[in-house]
Ligand binder design. Structure first.
Ligand code: HEM
Length: 388
């Protein structure tokens, strides 16, 4: 039973519209919240201290049953645990180290400029559709070595993947997703026929564990995980930040006049508007947090959105404060599964926002657009603007 003040309903209209309501209800409620409005029911951790502890205990809070609320059978790619996870992560890690990411800056600037050229003559356009959605897709396709000729098809697939992760009826997305898997497997097998090149897909195709190539299933899943993890989330970081700068006080004007440090702004956006409100782990044994029990084999949501507003860690947590120390923000997770693409996401956002303010200092929001669909995600799927 939950003894908290208000019952949390992550999928209700008010909490979908403003997830900070879920955060405050959770932080004022039971330390381990039993959420029974989803099938299967799950537990939610909301205190910063508890999430930070759980993420640093990967043998107890395991990844292998998927990071959504449903129990997934197959454990592979980066959605795995222990030594297997270490080996898989080692395959893809080099492309995401600081040095590799820094080399992408010039190319990202070009992409941002091209996307902004396309809307230059428009009276109104959309931050999501024209800028924050295509940019991360193009760059991740280029890193992987996937053709960028049909990014709308990839968008459909990425959307289906995140909707499947959050849905009580995951089966309904299978048909669409089987097209994506076939497409990627075909590319991987072609890469395997040739000598290894500098693309990440080629590395995945040629990598071996214990002298064996990754299975088709694992190679495809790993590619999908990289592809999907980096798109919806970075898109939302860019849109959310533009949205807040345009709607709070005179922040856009201050940004245009170089009075705002973009790195602080990115950290504060990640804290205040985490693109992923939470992800799930599964308990490998019973957990006792100061007398509060989570049974073995339970799905547990790490509610980053709540932890980022825990007043024990963040003073005046409900204020968007660009002078805050962002080092404790937990939106990229911590521990062995810490987000692989965090430096890429930061760079993409920095480059995009800088290009935007240079080209369109008079940018105005037309309205607040629309929220993205799945309840674990927080971003704008529409954010219409004008610069005329
Ligand atoms: C603002 C953008 C992003 C946010 C908020 C974000 C957030 C996260 C979070 C919360 C995790 C989960 C860690 C866990 O299971 O404990 C994660 C993992 C991951 N992210 Fe990101 N991410 C972003 C961008 C990216 C990008 C651009 C990539 C590029 C490839 C990426 C690739 C990954 C991968 C591969 C993992 C799995 C790592 C593992 O399990 O070892 N992410 N991310």
């Amino acid at each position: 039973m939950n003894s908290g003040n208000s019952k949390v309903n992550l999928m209700s209209q008010d909490e979908m519209y403003d997830p900070s309501l879920s955060a405050s209800r959770l932080l004022n409620g039971d330390r381990i919240y039993h959420y029974d409005l989803y099938d299967p029911p799950f537990y939610i951790l909301s205190r910063y201290e508890d999430i930070s502890y759980a993420l640093r205990e990967p043998d107890i809070f395991i990844e292998g049953h998927g990071n959504g609320p449903n129990f997934i059978d197959s454990s592979n790619g980066v959605l795995s645990d222990g030594e297997h996870h270490t080996l898989i992560r080692r395959i893809v890690q080099p492309n995401f180290l600081m040095g590799s990411i820094a080399r992408l800056e010039e190319r990202l600037e070009e992409i941002a400029e091209e996307l902004l050229d396309d809307v230059m003559e428009e009276d109104t356009w959309d931050i999501h559709d024209n800028l924050s959605f295509p940019l991360p897709v193009i760059i991740i396709c280029e890193i992987l070595g996937i053709p960028t000729d049909d990014i709308h098809k990839f968008k459909r697939w990425a959307d289906a993947t995140v909707e499947q992760m959050c849905s009580e009826d995951p089966q309904q997305f299978e048909k669409e997703l089987s097209h994506m898997r076939d497409y990627l497997l075909d590319l991987i097998l072609k890469k395997r026929k040739h000598n290894e090149d500098s693309t990440l897909l080629s590395r995945i195709a040629h990598s071996k564990i214990n002298s064996n190539y990754l299975s088709d299933d694992e190679a495809v899943n790993l590619t999908v995980q990289i592809f999907v993890a980096g798109n919806e989330t970075t898109t939302s970081l860019i849109s959310n930040l533009v949205w807040r700068l345009m709607t709070i006080d005179n922040l856009w004007e201050d940004f245009v006049n170089d009075k705002i440090d973009i790195n602080n702004a990115i950290n504060e956006s990640l804290r205040y508007d985490p693109p992923l409100l939470g992800l799930f782990k599964t308990t490998s044994k019973e957990v006792n947090i100061e007398g509060n029990i989570i049974p073995k084999n339970s799905k547990v949501m790490m509610h980053y959105g709540a932890a980022n507003r825990d007043p024990v860690i963040f003073k005046n947590p409900n204020t968007f404060d660009l002078t805050r120390d962002g080092s404790k923000v937990i939106s990229f997770s911590v521990g062995v599964h810490i987000c692989l693409g965090r430096e890429l996401a930061r760079l993409e956002t920095r480059v995009t926002l800088n290009a935007l303010k240079k080209r369109f200092p008079n940018l105005k929001l037309i309205n607040e657009g629309e929220r993205v669909g799945p309840f674990l995600f927080w971003g704008r799927k529409k954010l219409p603007v004008s610069h005329k």
